[in-house]
Design a protein around this ligand. Structure first.
Ligand SMILES: [Ca+2]
Ligand SMILES: [Ca+2]
Ligand SMILES: [Ca+2]
Length: 135
């Protein structure tokens, strides 16, 4: 490798490293998976679609509800359960699960524009939402 190609390689590496922090960086794998219309953000409708598939994956016995053990993967809190489990059976059926998705979606969208961006998925609330949508 000549000094010149070395320089070019190093410059290219810097560009790649730098672009990760920009707002218009290439979307993360997570975002890509959740964003079928490819507009760079995840709407509540897109979140719900992903959540339906995730619900099915979390419910291997297919009884239509997630019990405490099946809910371990999504780390539901007591406060959340109080809000989204009105029948208080400690389990979530699909409607209750989608209510949880909506609750976490709102928490993950502090700028309230109705979508969750890649940057918002990087926050604690964003990660909590993501756990409901993908493995
Ligand atoms: Ca979208
Ligand atoms: Ca319930
Ligand atoms: Ca937002």
């Amino acid at each position: 490798m000549t000094a010149r190609t070395r320089f070019i390689h190093r410059a290219a590496a810097l560009v790649v490293a730098g672009s990760a922090g920009l707002a218009f960086a290439a979307p993360s794998a997570l975002l890509k998976a959740l964003d079928p219309d490819n507009d760079g953000t995840v709407s509540l409708a897109e979140a719900r679609t992903a959540a339906e598939a995730r619900f099915a994956a979390l419910d291997p016995d297919q009884d239509g509800t997630l019990d405490a053990k099946e809910l371990e993967a999504v780390k539901i809190t007591r406060a959340e359960l109080g809000t989204v489990d009105p029948d208080r059976d400690g389990k979530l059926d699909k409607a209750e699960y989608l209510a949880l998705v909506e609750l976490r979606f709102k928490a993950a969208d502090p700028d309230n524009d109705g979508t969750v961006s890649d940057a918002e998925f990087g926050t604690k609330a964003g990660k909590a939402l993501a756990s409901l949508l993908v493995k």
